[in-house]
Design a protein around this ligand. Structure first.
Ligand SMILES: NC(=O)c1ccc[n+]([C@@H]2O[C@H](COP(=O)([O-])OP(=O)(O)OC[C@H]3O[C@@H](n4cnc5c(N)ncnc54)[C@H](O)[C@@H]3O)[C@@H](O)[C@H]2O)c1
Ligand SMILES: [Zn+2]
Ligand SMILES: [Zn+2]
Length: 384
């Protein structure tokens, strides 16, 4: 079958790989009809995630048709069209029981932090991902969810990660009616977080980035304010001034470890890897939020230390909430929001590329070329 193949930093291509097999009675094999490239894939692509092995297939955002099921699978049947959450989750461990599917204790049992994630290095369990024609889906009774008949497949594929992550970012912010919410990052996740902030009753939503076409997009799509941090003298000062020197009620970090905006952070965090990523956006979030405010982090960072202003967290009494999104927990609510027209995820899709051209697709998304926001990869056997 055709699959994306990681050959080393900045080098990915489509190759022929063996068709995946059922390895456990609870597995299913899914024929992928669409997959996406995510900002999280860029951390892999840039060689920043430990134990990303040559030969791995990325792709944690995919939908498809159930092709085969293992003998123990009860909830799925061959032919079902399914949304497959990016978390690989057992459904039975102490964390899954609390619906913390992103923190499953079984699917990545060698790690103490993150659970299993499709196509996300051996740090996240070593599962091959869905930027391929077929993929093995473990614990098939847990994650995969049948796509509602009336749902557009482009909306469905964004329910595997971007929509739940943006929504959970807003949810973790504990937004109260009338709150001012600042979202750092106007990538797909930040765009969705800004949109979802209104669903929780925000009174004002401000997005910060430095890519003009994304700021322009989010301003229209999420009907929010959007500012380029390169044209602000200091983004923190700007937020303070525009909130009567109180600070934002809630700040969301939808940027993560590859943030731009601080030479010191970029050199130590990305170039020299002396810290677990450039924590520039998180730094700004902590310093822009009000005393007693909440900083919600969905941007991805490495597991070891970062240069963050922890003294300010203590002295301001800030609550920090963070996690990988728990997709399965949120799906019923988000399906409802899409059905009712409150969310229109597919509008963020700008590129639709055959899987054969995966190398170009990564380059365009990574370099932010061609006004790219979200890219969908279509495998040759998708049948669409
Ligand atoms: N927690 C989760 O479950 C989860 C799920 C999906 C993605 N993520 C993470 O969320 C982050 C965003 O994902 P995405 O797909 O939107 O990625 P993306 O790369 O498309 O977007 C990131 C955006 O941040 C902007 N940016 C860079 N430095 C900034 C700064 N200092 N301040 C403000 N904006 C800045 C970039 O210009 C870019 O537009 C990534 O770190 C990704 O790994 C987390
Ligand atoms: Zn993703
Ligand atoms: Zn579990």
């Amino acid at each position: 079958m055709l699959a994306m193949n990681y050959r080393g930093p900045y080098r990915v291509r489509a190759d022929h790989k063996p068709y995946p097999e059922i390895l456990h009675p609870e597995d299913a094999i899914v024929r992928v009809t669409r997959s996406c490239i995510c900002g999280s894939d860029l951390h892999l692509y840039h060689g920043l995630v430990p134990d990303t092995r040559v030969g791995m297939t990325f792709g944690h955002e995919f939908i498809g048709i159930v092709e085969e099921i293992g003998p123990s699978v009860q909830n799925l049947k061959v032919g079902d069209h399914v949304i497959v959450p990016f978390n690989v989750a057992c459904g039975k461990c102490v964390f899954c029981e609390q619906q913390m599917y992103g923190n499953c204790h079984e699917s990545n049992s060698q790690a103490t932090a993150v659970g299993g994630i499709f196509g996300y290095s051996h740090t996240a369990g070593g599962y091959d991902g869905g930027q391929a024609e077929y993929v093995r889906v473990p614990y098939a009774d847990v994650g995969p969810t049948v796509i509602p008949a009336e749902m557009h497949p482009d909306d469905a594929v964004l329910l595997t990660d971007v929509v739940p992550t943006g929504y959970q970012a807003a949810e973790m912010g504990g937004i109260k009616p009338g709150d001012t919410v600042v979202v750092f990052g106007a990538g797909p996740v930040g765009i969705m977080a800004a949109k979802c902030a209104w669903l929780f009753g925000a009174g004002r939503v401000i997005v910060i980035d430095h890519i003009e076409y994304r700021l322009e997009f989010v301003k229209n799509y999420a009907q929010c304010e959007a500012y380029n941090f390169r044209s602000l003298e200091d983004p923190v000062l700007f937020i303070k001034k525009t909130t009567d020197w109180i600070g934002a009620d809630v700040c969301i970090d939808a940027v993560g470890c590859e943030a731009a905006g601080s030479a010191l952070q970029t050199i130590t965090g990305v170039k020299l890897m002396l810290q677990a990523g450039a924590a520039t956006a998180l730094h700004w979030a902590i310093n822009s939020v009000k005393k007693g405010g909440i900083v919600s982090i969905v941007g991805v960072y490495g597991p070891t230390g970062n240069l963050i202003p922890i003294g300010n967290v203590v002295n301001k009494g800030i609550t920090i909430r963070a996690n990988q999104a728990s997709v399965k927990r949120l799906l019923p609510r988000l399906i409802e929001h899409i059905k009712e027209g409150r969310l229109d995820p597919k509008a963020i899709i700008t590129h639709r590329v055959p899987l054969e051209e995966v190398g170009d697709a990564y380059h365009i998304f990574s370099a932010k070329l061609d006004n790219c926001i979200k890219t969908i990869l279509i495998p040759p056997s998708a049948g669409i």
